[in-house]
Design a protein around this ligand. Structure first.
Ligand SMILES: Nc1nc2c(ncn2[C@@H]2O[C@H](COP(=O)(O)OP(=O)(O)O)[C@@H](O)[C@H]2O)c(=O)[nH]1
Ligand SMILES: [Mg+2]
Length: 311
């Protein structure tokens, strides 16, 4: 059986192999992803982001247990660009060799980034796609929140959870900068610490000022992820958000817009590899000669080069 069929058949080792291929952009991987395309679109893709140490991994862990209780299957992708190697230390400080790591209905993958952020969002998107085709009901993507790349990574998700902790204080400006726009659900984790109510109120006030919230007012939930407290409310809110997205047609629009982006990206990639390929290289050299001979200008030369695409 080929790799795509094995993934669709529920073979976990095939999933791991295909993910490695996708991460390494191995030759032939596009063809396999193309075969999987008709089998995606069923998962609820959830992005979980927030500052380091806010409890994202703990939340992912506890949310997974909650979803498993509901009979749903779960895929997890952890992206941590701040960590130079991810190895096995996937879920935070100590790998939680608990129920979820042993559960055959849960698939966990950490993405090694080795300092290279380029293409990370696309690769994350490919891994999400593989888990979706694999049949996972829920896909959780954990990423450290700070900059643009993280915003792009959660751009793969349908619902985005922003995890904060009590005592925002100085962070408030940073939060204003980009997070309010992308958060569908706000979680104030570590509500056992002082100041959780105040942080929730501050977030609430900031959301009031944000005009993006005409369709969906992001709820602010307090959790104690470590003890599993407040987790089912987060799962409920995520479910409400997905229902809202479906009923209003927002999900369709979102998926369509992303499909367009993806298509554009694949087209430019293909043109790029055409240019870099042997045929393109020969033709380029020929055209450069003609420009040097004063026979052609670069503008017309480019048009000649692009003839196979423009017809
Ligand atoms: N006090 C408290 N600590 C928590 C809570 N949730 C997680 N932690 C701790 O916070 C630390 C960082 O958690 P982790 O999930 O690795 O955070 P991440 O970096 O955002 O993924 C760990 O030591 C957790 O045990 C909580 O609700 N209360
Ligand atoms: Mg973590």
């Amino acid at each position: 059986m080929d790799l795509a069929s094995r993934v669709l058949d529920g073979d976990r080792r095939a999933v791991a192999r295909l993910m490695s291929k996708a991460e390494n952009e191995a030759p032939g991987v596009k063809k396999i992803l193309a075969e999987l395309h008709n089998h995606i679109g069923n998962a609820h893709i959830i992005g979980i982001t927030g500052p380091p140490g806010s409890g994202k991994s703990t939340l992912v862990d506890k949310l997974t247990l909650e979803y498993r209780k509901q009979g749903k299957t779960v895929g997890i992708i952890a992206v941590d660009p701040t960590s130079p190697f991810t190895g096995g230390a996937l879920l935070g400080d100590r790998i939680r060799m608990n129920e979820i790591a042993l559960d055959k209905e849960v698939f966990i993958r950490s993405m090694g980034t080795r300092g290279h952020l380029g293409g990370l969002a696309k690769k994350t998107g490919d891994l999400v796609k593989i888990l979706d085709a694999f049949g996972k009901d829920i896909i959780l993507v954990e990423t450290v929140g700070a900059g643009q790349s993280e915003v792009e990574i959660v751009g793969t998700a349908y619902s985005t959870v922003i995890v904060e902790v009590p005592g925002l204080g100085d962070d408030i400006q940073a939060i204003k900068a980009g997070i309010l726009e992308i958060g569908d659900i706000f979680v104030v984790n570590k509500s056992d610490l002082d100041g959780a109510d105040e942080t929730a109120r501050e977030l609430d006030a900031m959301l009031d000022m944000n005009s993006n919230n005409l369709d969906w007012r992001p709820p602010i939930l307090q959790t104690r992820a470590k003890d599993g407290n407040g987790i089912s409310q987060v799962a409920d809110a995520l479910n409400d958000h997905m229902v809202h997205m479906k009923e209003t047609g927002i999900l369709y629009k979102l998926v369509r817009a992303r499909t367009k982006d993806e298509l554009e990206e694949i087209i430019s990639e293909n043109i790029r590899s055409y240019i870099d390929g042997t045929h393109g290289e020969e033709e380029l050299e020929e055209l450069v000669d003609r420009i040097m001979d004063g026979e052609l200008d670069p503008y017309n030369a480019a048009e000649i080069f692009l003839k196979p695409f423009t017809g």
